[in-house]
Write a protein that binds this ligand. Structure first.
Ligand SMILES: [Fe+2]
Length: 256
């Protein structure tokens, strides 16, 4: 139970997490980022005033909803996606499922990382549209298991820059064009389309890249061998710093 001192109600970080339906690590990230003021007990434990909690996180929730509406609604994005992938048949349906998962995972991860409201809204939308460039991919090479020719692989890779071209041409999606185009870049510079390295890669793209890889590894519809959650975590950790942002990976695996 929360404690009452001099008419004020105080929460522990764990109670604050339950109150807002967030994870404890998110609350801790807020505290460390000084976005949530706390008092310390004589034993050095954080305590958060109820009024402070409502002012910081309550206001944040409202701002988030308003932000999403002022940019573009998820309903609109879903419609864009469904119509864009219609011609791709069953591969298009799998891409829609994958895109929705990536959006949800990216959104949750950005919240865990205590990103700003705008960044969280952006990554959620970038997540759902991140593979939009596949609109021009041949449906017989999407989700194909087994070997793929060099030429077809190059065609598949083109979806990243094609996605940027499509989104940059639409007023409401301009802000996510670069985030989408960089979702296959890698910190070691071996990604595509530009071979950017480390901090050159947009940090929202680094979130997308992890969400995409995780969904591709565990989804039953994956073109790769589907792995368990534990095996997926091992694979992500194994590739941190080369394929993924190691700090973001650390936060992500804690949330799984
Ligand atoms: Fe992709």
């Amino acid at each position: 139970m929360q404690k009452v001192y001099q008419g004020e109600i105080f929460f522990t970080p764990k109670q604050a997490a339950e109150y807002f339906n967030l994870s404890l690590s998110t609350i801790k990230n807020y505290i460390y980022a000084k976005k949530l003021k706390t008092l310390k007990t004589p034993g050095g434990h954080h305590r958060i005033r109820r009024s402070e909690l409502l002012a910081s996180l309550g206001e944040r929730e409202e701002k988030y909803n308003a932000q999403e509406d002022s940019m573009v609604s998820m309903g609109t994005c879903s419609n864009v996606l469904v119509n864009a992938f219609k011609a791709l048949g069953s591969a298009g349906e799998l891409l829609i499922l994958h895109s929705r998962n990536v959006s949800k995972i990216s959104h949750d991860l950005a919240r865990e990382l205590a990103f700003t409201d705008r960044e969280i809204a952006l990554v959620k939308i970038a997540g759902i549209l991140h593979d939009i460039g596949h609109i021009a991919s041949k449906k017989n090479i999407l989700y194909r298991k087994g070997a793929i020719s060099e030429r077809d692989y190059e065609l598949l890779k083109a979806h990243a820059s094609r996605g940027k071209e499509i989104l940059a041409a639409i007023e409401n999606f301009k802000d996510i064009a670069d985030i989408v185009s960089q979702h296959h870049e890698r910190p070691d510079g071996r990604g595509y389309p530009l071979g950017l390295k480390g901090d050159q890669i947009n940090r929202l793209s680094r979130v997308l890249s992890i969400a995409e890889a995780y969904d591709t590894i565990v989804a039953p519809y994956s073109y790769k061998k589907t792995l368990s959650r534990k095996e997926a975590i091992d694979e992500l950790i194994h590739n941190r710093a080369t394929q993924f942002d190691s700090e973001i990976i650390e936060v992500f695996v804690k949330t799984l």
